[in-house]
Design a protein around this ligand. Structure first.
Ligand code: BTN
Length: 270
């Protein structure tokens, strides 16, 4: 196994905030949790935590994130944006667009799916998990965790991902070649930094506009949130980054924390 090349990542970065400090661990519970520990010890904004493997990788809504060693990318970034808690959700959108940029820079067409997925050919290739510490209604720090299936092959996905396997893919599976993990991480962090500063300067409108154009709005979806399970058409994002879905009876729902799954792949979604 070729370990993740931290020096190559640092050489390839074009950032002034992200990745000035890169912490690398062969194995952690979760890079989000490990970075939270570092932030409590005073880690600088922009610190990146990369792990070869995670023993307790976390996805949204309590789901696990499969993190075998040596093949994929698991990293978290410490941000301290001057935002209110309600705006933290928008960083999930920023993160997924940054991943989509990096995937496209490698030659595959990527789409985003509310709220935190990146898809290639309708299969999940990456997920983003934003976790915040809040004080007096303001975000003290935000940890943006990104997991990308880069070099795991189809046999590995089928062996390790359980029920999520049919709806998952990797860049290797799509491109038919291995991807340099450090080079991919540099593309991702370059884009994330650019998008982060654009958001701070220009606000949410340009972000939401671009996210809409790269997502699958207009498709029929299934929505699950707490006790609700309905079907309808994903029509838009609202200003807070929640998904709006039109139901068949003419009413609409606003999804804040649930799952929105395109119906064509409902049974296979990661
Ligand atoms: C999801 O799709 O549900 C979000 C997945 C986020 C996974 C990444 S891997 C790096 C970071 N550490 C974690 O424990 N989770 C995120």
């Amino acid at each position: 196994m070729k370990p993740f090349d931290v020096a190559a990542l640092k050489r390839s970065l074009h950032t002034r905030l992200l990745g000035q400090v890169v912490e690398y661990q062969a194995e952690v519970d979760s890079t989000n949790v490990a970075l939270l520990r570092l932030s409590k010890e005073g880690a600088l904004e922009g610190t990146v935590m990369v792990a070869e493997a995670q023993t307790a990788g976390r996805g949204r809504i309590g789901k696990p994130w499969f993190s075998p060693p040596g093949v994929n990318l698991h990293l978290s970034v410490l941000l301290k944006p001057p935002i209110r808690l309600e705006e933290a959700r928008l960083f999930t959108l920023i993160g997924s667009l940054a991943v989509a940029d990096a995937v496209e820079a490698q030659g595959a067409k990527a789409q985003v799916k509310w709220p935190n997925d990146v898809l290639v050919a309708d299969k999940k290739i990456a997920g983003v998990l934003a976790e915040v510490q809040v004080r007096d209604g303001r975000v003290e720090h935000l940890i943006l965790g990104v997991g990308v299936n880069l070099n795991i092959d189809r046999a590995g996905i089928d062996r390790l991902f359980g029920d999520a396997a049919p709806g998952a893919t990797s860049l290797r599976e799509v491109l038919g070649r291995d991807v340099d993990r450090a080079a991919f991480a540099a593309l991702l962090l370059d884009s994330l930094e650019k998008r982060h500063f654009e958001f701070l300067a220009a606000g949410r409108r340009p972000l939401l506009k671009e996210w809409r154009s790269r997502s699958f709005l207009g498709r029929r979806v299934s929505v699950r949130e707490e006790d609700m399970h309905v079907e309808g058409v994903a029509i838009d994002l609202d200003e807070e980054g929640c998904q709006l879905v039109n139901l068949d009876d003419g009413s609409s729902v606003r999804v804040r924390e649930g799952e929105v799954v395109p119906l064509s792949q409902e049974r296979t979604e990661a």
